[in-house]
Design a protein around this ligand. Structure first.
Ligand SMILES: [Zn+2]
Length: 419
């Protein structure tokens, strides 16, 4: 029997320049007295977390800061953060200030200061035991300082399990932040390449959730089987379409001139809208491929990122196979792919290549690598990349049509060079 029900959930939202200065009031309104603030060293250096801590203290609350969240969290980095939270607690609210990594770290800490057991008990199967939390979590307030990840809206914490060399996650509705505070004045310090990569992540969140398998095309679920990501649906569609429109108007400008405040605000709004969409619909092939593309990096070091470690940033990794992924999925939902292409570029052509062409042109304009070859991959890597993508079955199942290993190999092979 086919599914007839879709679900929609989202955090409360406070958006706009200066919104983060009100967080002391917001936490007090949630009944908090002792607050744990989670951030990472890079974000801490910008001074934003210290300013947030100040407004919390000014509201008469106590705040303890943990500033050692890892960019790209691992099981070990999350366990350290949890140990800190368990030792320094009890707390009655958590605030995350930073990118997806800080927010994801705060989600894991929140889960494990309120619930017994170890991290791996809650990690998605088959890597972990996929246990559901038995106790309610603390209210989590997420204050993103990089636009893109959408982590402030989602139920997911992404992590690398080091011993298994696998990227996986913890996903449960209880992990979703209670309040997202999106303050575009916190994001003006991003280098151009960071804006480009983060913007492609936003764009792919919107495109993948818009082209995801329609919710009614899944098998019917029992109430206890419902998952936060239920496939494309009328409400997620609305957010995705609006996000695409905002990106069409502001993405190139935001990359070209980091001080363009209007463009930055539009990007922050696009990121929020896309998060509200994909946080319920889900993402598919480009995100599945991004896991091994980021995870198997050898020595690629993009401009604008710390030079000490090779990295294919998440948004860049997502974008590199996106044009070919959408060429592949076109026939499953031609009108949706066409509409997305036109929202991004009213002069887009038509047919299976329209969206792929719009994406490749955009990527070239904003200075992203011209495909997988430029970040260090070659024909000899195709099998390993395919194997890595196949581990992301939860994401592949959200694609609008079945995806075989040969399909993935074709997408990856044709993504070596886009123009
Ligand atoms: Zn993403």
């Amino acid at each position: 029997m086919s599914e007839t029900v879709f679900t929609y959930a989202a955090p409360a939202l406070k958006f706009g320049a200066g919104a983060s200065t009100e967080v002391g009031h917001d936490l007090a309104a949630l009944g908090a007295r002792r607050v744990l603030l989670v951030t990472d060293p890079g974000v801490a250096a910008t001074g934003h977390p210290a300013r947030v801590a100040e407004v919390i203290t000014a509201a008469g609350l106590e705040v303890t800061t943990y500033d050692e969240a890892r960019v790209e969290p691992t099981d070990e980095s999350l366990e350290r953060a949890v140990a800190f939270g368990r030792d320094a607690g009890p707390f009655d609210a958590i605030v995350a200030v930073g990118g997806g990594s800080s927010i994801d770290t705060a989600k894991a800490v929140n889960l494990l200061v309120t619930n017994p057991g170890e991290l791996i008990d809650y990690v998605n199967a088959p890597v972990g035991k996929a246990q559901a939390p038995a106790q309610p979590l603390l209210p989590l307030v997420a204050i993103p300082t990089t636009t893109g990840t959408g982590s402030e809206s989602t139920t997911i914490c992404v992590l690398d399990v080091l011993s298994l060399k696998v990227k996986t996650g913890i996903s449960h509705p209880a992990l979703r932040p209670r309040l997202a505070v999106v303050d575009p004045s916190l994001t003006t310090t991003q280098p151009a390449m960071v804006t480009a990569a983060a913007g492609m992540d936003i764009l792919c969140h919107a495109l993948e959730s818009y082209t995801a398998r329609w919710y009614a095309d899944f098998d019917a679920k029992r109430p206890e089987e419902r998952v936060p990501y239920c496939g494309a649906n009328p409400i997620a569609d609305m957010w995705s379409e609006r996000a695409l429109g905002l990106l069409a108007g502001s993405f190139r400008d935001a990359v070209r001139d980091g001080s363009n405040r209007v463009a930055r605000e539009q990007m922050a709004l696009a990121a929020t809208f896309a998060g509200l969409g994909f946080g319920n619909a889900g993402v598919h092939i480009p995100h599945a491929n991004a896991y091994p593309i980021a995870g198997r990096v050898r020595d690629f070091r993009p401009d604008g990122y710390p030079p000490d470690e090779p990295i294919v940033p998440h948004g860049m990794a997502v974008s590199l196979t996106a044009p070919e992924a959408f060429r592949f999925t076109f026939d499953a939902a031609p009108e949706r792919h066409q509409r997305a292409a036109e929202l991004l570029d009213p002069s887009a052509g038509s047919g299976p290549d329209a969206l792929a062409d719009v994406l490749a042109t955009l990527m070239r304009d904003i200075g992203l690598p011209n495909g997988l070859a430029e970040v260090g991959y070659a024909e000899a890597d195709v099998d390993d990349l395919v194997a890595g993508s196949l581990k992301q079955q939860r994401l592949l199942a959200t694609a609008p049509k079945p995806v075989t290993d040969e399909d993935l190999a074709g997408i990856i092979r044709r993504s070596m060079e886009h123009w």
